[in-house]
Design a protein around this ligand. Structure first.
Ligand code: MSP
Length: 508
């Protein structure tokens, strides 16, 4: 039986159409999901939308529509965006889905019945846009430490979750699972800033607005948006009504989130799961932010374009490649169209596109496009073949450590070696000498086989391009096992006509 891999993105707030920052997380999760599928896992990749809360209620009100009408439009747009980015999710959850709503009510009731949720009064400082409560000491200049906006004092009857009860078990879990929170710096931040000062019980219901999941047994309350949202990772699997998918996929292997919401995923979420008696996720990775001109991607600043504009202009794989390759995974990075263009030109058009195009063209020119490997090897071949043979393992190590940009760079490095191999062996000179025909066939075979192996390894990142390459090669050897060793490309294969993969983008 295949080993399972359950990976999630955050469920995004449909308060406005999604931007390149949301695409960033979703593309990375997609690449990891595709990589795991390629390597033989039974993958469950989930994304979705977090649709309740005061902020959405307000936005809808301003737009003169109901909250549901408001979010429906954005979700339609999001589904189209994910389609145009080739996102291969297995499930898209909406927190307004009937199943989710019903299951959250049951989760809340269960926690209440067992005494983990109790009724009290809440007085606190609340940031509406972030949907977060803060203590006085956490504020920065009296404002929300996350977004810098005004906070408001709220006092209301509310339900509380006994977070404090789980503090010791949580710390123990961190100690026993050193890879639970990555990168490591984020774990220290959690311990120092939030856990060691002492966890307070968490307010988990609101009465100040209505756009949320009503508490079943006290319907003037709605469930706090984070309890509603975090539950998505298990309600989608049927919890607490049906355990078929839960048994198969839970616990999650990887919750991929932006660094600003690590806190919710490594404190509130594990404590909720402990209270429910469920195993905890294996890993939460908090990646950095994509910025524009060093600052936030922001609707109010109007500093971003619809991601489809880039896809239409440069192609889906240029955008995917940029998101995956440009920023060291975990750090903040800058997004700019110039960098996207220059990355596409250097890596995709020059290194990859050129190599594939000239190799396939030469095979057509010199051998009518029919592969043949007479095995007339020379010293120079060993270096290339060794590199290609090691690549699978190196990429595996990098991907297991979630070093996505480094995994890609390793593949690019091999492609650059292929280009160098062409420049050094100068096939066009060999072609002039009939006695060198077999040598020429061998070296073209080496190149085509290297290209095949790289295309398979690139398929999680730039799936369309990888497919185009494999189609041009016309090979049936496309699965992961076929790249265990060099030399699986069929001989006597008639290649398809070469097609340009990426046109060089002219810069103004
Ligand atoms: N609804 C909550 C998440 C609930 S998960 C149980 C939420 N939504 S959000 O719409 O604000 O999305 C935040 C996430 O979107 C970030 O954690 C990150 O994954 C992604 N990003 C949004 N903007 C981003 C950047 N500028 N850069 C990188 N990621 C960004 O928080």
């Amino acid at each position: 039986m295949k080993e399972k891999f359950y990976i999630t993105t955050p469920i995004y707030y449909p308060s406005a159409n999604f931007h390149i920052g949301h695409c960033y997380t979703t593309i990375i999760a997609d690449a990891i999901a595709r990589y795991k599928r390629l390597t033989g896992y039974d993958v469950y990749y989930q994304t979705g939308t977090d649709e309740h809360g005061e902020k959405i209620e307000k936005k809808a009100h301003e737009a003169g529509v109901t909250p549901k009408e408001y979010v429906d439009k954005i979700i339609e747009d999001a589904e189209d965006l994910w389609k145009s980015l080739n996102i291969s999710y297995d499930y898209f959850i909406r927190t307004t889905d009937e199943d989710h709503v019903r299951r959250v009510k049951k989760i809340f009731k269960k926690l209440y019945d067992q005494g983990d949720i109790y009724k009290g009064t809440y007085e606190g400082l609340y940031c509406v846009p972030c949907e977060s409560f803060w203590t006085e000491s956490q504020l920065v200049d009296g404002k929300c430490p996350d977004c810098g906006r005004e906070i408001k004092l709220v006092s209301e009857e509310a339900y509380f979750f006994k977070l404090s009860k789980y503090q010791d078990r949580l710390v123990k879990y961190y100690e026993e699972h050193p890879d639970f929170i990555l990168p490591l710096s984020r774990k220290n931040e959690m311990l120092n800033n939030f856990i060691n000062p002492g966890l307070e019980d968490l307010c988990v219901s609101r009465t100040s607005f209505t756009w949320g999941i009503p508490v079943d047994f006290d319907p003037k309350h709605v469930v706090y948006v984070w309890v509603d949202a975090l539950s998505n990772y298990i309600t989608s699997l049927g919890y607490p009504e049906d355990d078929t998918l839960m048994k198969k996929y839970w616990p999650a292997d990887l919750h991929l989130v932006g660094k600003e919401i690590v806190r919710f995923h490594v404190i509130i979420w594990p404590c909720m799961l402990m209270a429910l008696g469920l195993p905890l996720p294996k890993q939460v990775f908090g990646h950095g932010w994509l910025k524009i001109d060093g600052g936030k991607i922001s609707k109010s600043l109007g500093n971003y374009k619809d991601p489809r504009e880039y896809i239409n202009a440069y192609g889906v794989d240029a955008v995917r490649y940029y998101a995956l390759r440009e920023v060291p995974f975990g750090s903040d990075g800058n997004f700019s169209e110039e960098a996207l263009v220059s990355r596409t030109n250097s890596d995709l058009a020059n290194t990859l596109g050129n190599l594939v195009n000239r190799t396939i063209s030469m095979e057509h020119k010199y051998f009518d496009g029919i592969t043949n490997n007479p095995r007339i090897f020379e010293e120079i071949d060993n270096e290339l073949i060794d590199k290609v043979n090691n690549l699978k393992k190196i990429v595996e190590e990098k991907m297991n450590g979630l070093k996505v940009n480094e995994a890609i760079e390793e593949i690019m490095e091999v492609l650059r070696s292929c280009n160098k191999y062409i420049d050094e062996t100068t096939p066009w000179t060999l072609a002039k000498d009939e006695s060198k025909k077999e040598r020429l066939a061998t070296l073209l075979y080496n190149l085509l086989e290297s290209i095949r192996i790289c295309a398979i390894l690139l398929s999680p990142f730039i799936p369309d391009t990888a497919n185009k390459i494999l189609e041009q090669l016309n090979t049936k050897e496309t699965n992961y096992e076929s790249i265990n060793e060099f030399g699986k490309l069929e001989e006597g294969l008639k290649l398809n006509e070469p097609q340009i993969l990426f046109n060089r983008i002219e810069t103004k």
